[in-house]
Design a protein around this ligand. Sequence first.
Ligand code: 5GP
Ligand code: MN
Length: 394
Amino acid sequence: MVFGLFASRGGKIINSKKVCRGAISRAPAAEKTGKAVYIRKIYTNFAESKTKMLTKIITEDNIQNAKKLINRSQRMVIVTHTSPDGDALGSSLGLWHFLSGLGKNVRVVVPDNYPAYYKWLPGTDKIIIAEWMQKYASELIASADLIFCLDFNELRRTACLENLVKESKARKILIDHHLNPAQFCDIAISHPDMSSTSELIFRFICRMGMFEYVSEPCAECIYTGMMTDTGAFTFNSSRPDIFFIVSELLQTGIDKDAIYSKVYNQYSVGRVRLQGYVLYEKMKLYDDFHTSLITLSLEEHQRFNVQKGDTEGFVNIPLSMGNIIFSGFIREDKDMIKISLRSKGDFPCNRFATEIFGGGGHLNAAGGEFYGTLEDAVAKFEEGLEKFKELLKK
Ligand code: 5GP
Ligand code: MN
């Protein structure tokens, strides 16, 4: 499959015969049975790489329409979901670097603050945190002519930005990988099979034939989003295309080992001690259900002086036990209870999140909100285990 290719001149994207750097096509499924044959096929594909391309995922219509909107827009805003994670920030900043490189006037607006271990991402100093700069965020969104909605599937996920985005006259482009996107954008580039929104940003840029505009800082952001949404490539990351993209990103000069370290080896002593505490004192096992649950109250947050992001990743740890397939983390916040769910194998966290907590997410990672006491949230979680026992006990 071959890309429609485009190049950019003076901030405008135009048609071009230029071939995007690097290329590969998938080996036919039947050939995958023989590993040697498959590897030979890859090398053959590399030899043909100037004409063959990354699997075409985004539709041509979406690419053409998005390109037109980008060309005729002057004031762009990129928004993402509340409590921005690595993919929300990586995709937003990756796209921001790309559009800025084209000479576009573009700002990233996030609803609230993000964990300190993402501060190093290039471009964070330009991010507008709406909860701290409400007036400015409102003005930017109201006067934008194009808004990119990244890494969420319904406007509710943007918290304090929801009404601003809804009411803005700007055209809207969704780029996301969550199931069942709501209809709130003019163009929806929604692909739940993708590892991350950051992967989609790479594909989006590349499909416009503009890989040359993926600078090293842009690649750092995209790589970070792909890495954090796949648990450093340990889940949801077995498609060969993912590593082809990573290889392309590495060619811009990024250091993937340094990125890993900047995200995962920068915890405070408080976080590491808190981790010890929750695993030793707070982890409850439901052996019959192959399930684990960790809870954390507001009082405990205060006692350990928990900072934003300090509890991220705790929910994954119980899955390192052989007999645990489902893990829950229930955290009391100031105005609600936050639910995080993770699974391994085919247990559907998203179904559990939707049916029990009215939330959503992906098969192996989902979440939701609960309004009530911590005890009520735990009772609801336990009701959920009963409801899903056929899937959990097998
Ligand atoms: P986390 O546990 O990291 O907060 O969230 C994991 C995934 O669950 C997110 O990427 C998102 O897809 C989904 N998610 C988390 N919280 C919510 C929520 O309140 N509502 C919905 N619809 N999805 C959520
Ligand atoms: Mn994501």
